[in-house]
Design a protein around this ligand. Structure first.
Ligand SMILES: Nc1ncnc2c1ncn2[C@@H]1O[C@H](COP(=O)(O)OP(=O)(O)OP(=O)(O)O)[C@@H](O)[C@H]1O
Length: 222
């Protein structure tokens, strides 16, 4: 994968009484937000992109390569859910190392990668802690480190600025990492304004479809 990754997707999914039908193309280094009220289909769209929900049609390619060409579990995709869902029995370090391990890294190599990413998110001192000993904001930072540690080409963030992550320091940290991220990033937010520090474009979703595209107030990232 070079730096020219482009995601082209037609996301189709069905739940009882709900259908997602969304076309989205995102360039390398671009951050695009999906915004919409509860039930608009944001999480469903992210889950289909992540390969967590089976699509009911459509396609998703990264640099022209269909997502299903990668073996499940080795796809260059990482998703951070609103609840960090850390493994309670693993240390912070091993939570972050879990991703690289799944992608085939040896235990020492995975731990080295995890150490580097924990430093990036300012949690080196917490590497031996258990998730229960973290604040909500720290847990979100561990989840971000875990996602970035697999060097995903497609990064999916579900409501990254809600709860403890809405604080200015968390916003700044996320903005810093997204500015350095060379892959494709799609994030979900409730209000279009919530995307303004991060996303260059916002797709407004309603009932599973894109109503329109907006440039966020403030013009997105610098
Ligand atoms: N696993 C599921 N089984 C059945 N229906 C589901 C499932 N997941 C989502 N839905 C339904 O699909 C629709 C879209 O839900 P989705 O969670 O994608 O919306 P959302 O925009 O992310 O909302 P929120 O802001 O609440 O997270 C809703 O009607 C929801 O009830």
């Amino acid at each position: 994968m070079g730096e020219s990754v482009v995601m082209d997707a037609h996301l189709v999914a069905e739940h009882p009484g709900f259908r997602l039908d969304l076309r989205i193309t995102v360039r390398a280094g671009e951050v695009v937000a999906l915004a919409g009220p509860e039930g608009a289909g944001k999480t469903t769209a992210l889950r289909v992109m992540a390969g967590l929900d089976p699509p009911a049609g459509g396609h998703l390619t990264l640099d022209g390569v269909p997502m299903e060409a990668w073996p499940a579990g080795r796809r260059p995709v990482a998703m951070v859910p609103p609840d960090p869902l850390l493994f309670p029995h693993l240390s912070v370090l091993d939570n972050v190392a879990f991703g690289p391990r799944c992608h085939g890294a040896s235990r020492p190599a995975a731990r080295h990668t995890a150490t580097v990413w924990l430093e990036q998110v300012g949690l080196t001192d917490h590497r031996h802690a258990r998730p229960r000993d973290l604040t909500g904001g720290q847990a979100h930072r561990v989840a971000l480190a875990r996602a970035l540690a697999v060097r995903p080409r497609l990064l999916l963030l579900d409501e990254p600025l809600s709860g403890p992550s809405s604080r200015p320091r968390a916003r700044d940290l996320l903005r810093h990492h997204l500015a350095a991220f060379t892959g494709v990033c799609v994030l979900a937010v409730r209000e279009p304004a919530d995307a303004s520090p991060l996303a260059a474009r916002v797709l407004i979703l309603h009932d599973g479809a894109a109503l329109r595209e907006e440039i966020p107030a403030g013009g997105g990232p610098p």
